[in-house]
Design a protein around this ligand. Structure first.
Ligand code: KIV
Length: 294
């Protein structure tokens, strides 16, 4: 039976029902299928792609084309979850027209159901333009990785009362602009809790404590697959790095030791064909010997 698709409207309504929103990232079809089967509500094709899958040091270099490519792959694997495509750095900051074009491509060419963008008051006008164009928008405030250079590193935001008040104002502004949900990243839990209480759209926290309306993690972090650094807020639910290293090492040893492939992994000729093949080879050998003697 086909399951009903989760929509931006469904997600928004989850806050009223007191149902926590569960979001994880994916960058390919098999992972999207697994998240969908596990009952995750939202699959975010995050620009974290740049760091966890493409080997970049920050999220800044990933392009819109790359994001579209991976979002398409994820959309093919998600039958139920809402697919949110992250707008990469410089695909929405230059002008509202460009933002609408970039976000529109996410829906039109990559089959995303919504987009996410980073920023507070400075992107509220852009959010209005996207929503007017029919594009559901998820906001993202606090520690916004695309602003890593402005922040001077990946630092927890909103640590002073003034900074917290600015974030609260940003959150209210994004709700008023029409965002259907809001990622709160890297905030003291008290600030995230206050924002969650103040706005009517669900907050989805990452490093923002337990009082958000939902939680998100980067899937590679949760699986123990991203070794470069592990932020304090990450909980590892598996250690796939160890599992994979063991499997790769066993393959190496079995190939070198002639253990793999075994007979059960090989294809065999039918007996009649094998006999025919042997006769053909013998005839060819005999012809070669005759030719050499001449
Ligand atoms: O890019 C990403 O994966 C994100 C999440 C961490 C929210 O923005």
């Amino acid at each position: 039976m086909r399951q009903e698709r989760i929509t931006a409207t469904t997600v928004r309504a989850m806050k009223g029902r007191g149902k926590k929103v569960v979001m994880l990232t994916a960058y390919d079809t098999p992972t999207a299928r697994l998240l969908d089967a596990a009952g995750v509500d939202i699959i975010l094709v995050g620009d974290s792609l740049a760091m966890v899958a493409l080997g970049y040091e920050t999220t800044l270099p990933v392009t819109l084309e790359e994001m579209l490519h991976h979002t398409r792959a994820v959309a093919r694997g998600a039958a139920r979850a809402l697919v949110v495509g992250d707008l990469p750095f410089l695909s929405y900051q230059v002008s509202r027209e460009e933002a609408v074009r970039s976000a529109g491509r996410m829906l039109k060419e990559a089959n995303a159901h919504a987009v996410k963008l980073e920023g507070g008051a400075e992107v509220a006008g852009t959010v209005v333009a996207l929503v007017e164009a029919g594009i559901p928008v998820m906001g993202h405030i606090g520690l916004t990785p695309q602003a890593v250079h402005r922040m001077g590193g990946y630092r927890v935001q909103g640590r002073s009362a003034e900074a917290a008040a600015r974030l609260l104002k940003d959150a209210v502004g994004l709700e008023q602009a029409g965002a259907f949900s809001l990622v709160l990243e890297g905030l003291p839990w008290q600030v995230a809790a206050a924002i969650t209480e103040a706005i009517g759209i669900p907050t989805i926290g990452i490093g923002a404590g337990p009082r958000c309306d939902g939680q998100v993690l980067v899937t590679n972090d949760l699986l123990g697959l991203f070794e470069e650094f592990t932020p304090k807020f990450v909980k590892r639910y598996a250690n796939l790095r160890e599992t994979l290293l063991t499997a790769f090492g066993q393959f190496r040893d079995e190939v070198r030791g002639g253990v793999f492939p075994g007979p059960e992994h090989a294809f065999s000729l039918e007996a009649a064909e094998a006999e025919k093949w042997e006769r053909l080879r013998q005839r060819a050998r005999a012809r070669k010997v005759t030719a050499l003697r001449k």
